[in-house]
Design a protein around this ligand. Structure first.
Ligand code: S3P
Length: 450
């Protein structure tokens, strides 16, 4: 599809939506499955482009996954033999990470435990994203990881496993934490990782599902995780929950389209991921959630209703408790919500947004402006005062960023004039099936697709 034209919702949104499988958990489940000498059965693994990049990378290394019914299975077997074989064949292996920052960062850590020399590359957007954040601490651990002026290509020469037990104080992101964790599992001595701010904890939960305990000590409220070198050898079956960051698009859609009332099912409700829902509730949203099960990760339902006039929120004060970091992927949506509520919404401490798939601070402000909404860019966030009308009436530019394309689609539901979204397939980076689900929950909004 070249483009899609969306008109505003003709009536309330109703029904239920099951979001696609969680991307963060899928990446990690694939890496742990590769390390597992036992059999791993992954139910509901993501087929979005990003986790597929991780699967492709692991398959290039010789780790075999097969589809059995609805599940992706990695058979039992000593994983390192595959890699040794690949190394003998290729000498140096070039690995393409597509658009996926999580693939690239986690792979840097994982590859330190492989045998061989690897060169990580990515698409145009990934190629300009910072890689030293993960390369530097891995080098500190003894890994041989070299970036190209801080970016890709990244060369990981992993013929020597990382050694020594090192205290790393600056693991600033969940991707970096995951990389160090994966490196630690195949290091000589293990690694101590200090989490410098609250972050999603999927790596630790998945390690637990694969039989690994991660003891931690509390360092002034921040955990220091103790990762010891370990062999994973057990049969594991896991079901990946739905992705809360994907569900967030429909949560916001229901909040802003009058009289809407929808239920989101099978969604992951990990406490380190629900900060966005908590912020919405504080803004006056009628949004409720409850867990219905827990299989390594809590999973459950979200019920959301159109919420009348909500109020702005100041997230500037929360920088230090991590709330902003824990809703990083949902922040562009908050710019849209902020434009529909009374008063000012302020986001600070979100400079990480500038190095996502796009400079998401600048690109969000530009996107909203093209929809007729004023969002003020701040160095580390943004400010928006509502209520404002979403005008629409032309083509937006999502700048190749999947999340911005979907923000524009949600905004289009309340726009005065139709909104044209070029290259809508970009949504499949995280949300295959997004447009079909949008049409199901808001019949008639898709005016045309070419
Ligand atoms: C992710 C962590 C977050 C998030 C990204 C996925 C992960 O980034 O924005 O989409 O799976 O670890 P940080 O590494 O900046 O926390």
């Amino acid at each position: 599809m070249d483009q899609i034209i969306l008109r505003s919702a003709a009536g309330p949104l109703s029904g239920s939506v099951t979001p696609p499988p969680d991307k963060s958990i899928s990446h990690r489940a694939l890496f742990f499955a590769a390390l597992n000498r036992g059999r791993t059965v992954l139910q509901n693994i993501s087929i979005a482009a990003d986790p597929l990049a991780t699967r492709n990378l692991l398959e290039s290394l010789g780790y075999g996954f097969v589809q059995e019914g609805g599940a992706l299975v990695k058979a039992a077997g000593a994983a390192h033999q595959y890699a040794a074989h690949q190394y003998a064949v290729h000498g140096e292996l070039s690995l393409h990470c597509g658009n996926s920052g999580t693939t690239a960062r986690l792979a840097c850590g994982f590859l330190t435990g492989e045998r061989g020399t690897f060169v990580l590359i990515g698409d145009d957007s990934l190629s300009i994203r910072p890689m030293e954040r993960v390369a530097a601490p891995l080098r500190e651990m003894g890994g041989v990881v070299a970036t190209t002026d801080g970016r890709m290509p990244v060369r990981v020469d992993a013929s020597h496993p990382v050694s020594d037990r090192v205290m790393l104080m600056e693991a600033a992101s969940a991707q970096v934490h995951g990389a160090l964790f994966l490196a630690g599992l195949r290091s000589k001595g293990g690694v101590l990782i200090r989490r410098t701010k609250p972050m999603r904890d999927h790596t630790i939960r998945l390690a637990g599902a694969f039989g690994l305990e991660t003891p931690y000590t509390d360092d002034n409220g921040m955990p220091i995780d103790e990762v010891v070198a370990a062999t994973i050898d057990r049969d594991v079956e896991l079901r990946i929950p739905g992705d809360l960051s994907s569900a967030a698009f429909f949560v916001v859609a229901a909040l802003i389209v009058p009289d809407s009332d929808i239920t989101i099912t099978g969604v992951g409700l990990n406490p380190t991921r629900i900060a966005f829902l908590e912020a919405l509730r504080e803004m006056g949203a009628k949004v409720h959630w409850h867990a219905t099960g827990d299989d390594a990760e809590p999973v459950g339902e979200i019920h959301v209703q159109h919420s009348g006039m909500m109020r702005g929120i100041d997230l500037g004060e929360r920088v230090h408790v991590g709330t902003v970091a824990q809703m990083m992927d949902e922040l562009p949506l908050l710019a849209l919500v902020g434009s529909q509520v009374a008063g000012t919404t302020t986001v600070r401490g979100a400079e990480e947004l500038r190095v996502k798939e796009s400079d998401r601070i600048a690109a969000t402000a530009r996107l909203m402006r093209s929809l007729g909404v004023v969002v003020t860019e701040l160095p580390d966030g943004f400010e928006v005062t509502g209520p404002q009308e979403v005008v629409g009436g032309g083509a937006i530019d999502h700048e190749g960023d999947h999340r911005l394309a979907m923000v524009a689609a949600v905004a289009a539901l309340i726009a005065r004039a139709p909104v044209t979204i070029p290259d809508p397939d970009v949504a499949a980076v995280s949300y295959p099936g997004f447009w079909t689900q949008l049409e199901a929950i808001a019949p008639g909004v898709i005016k045309g697709a070419v």
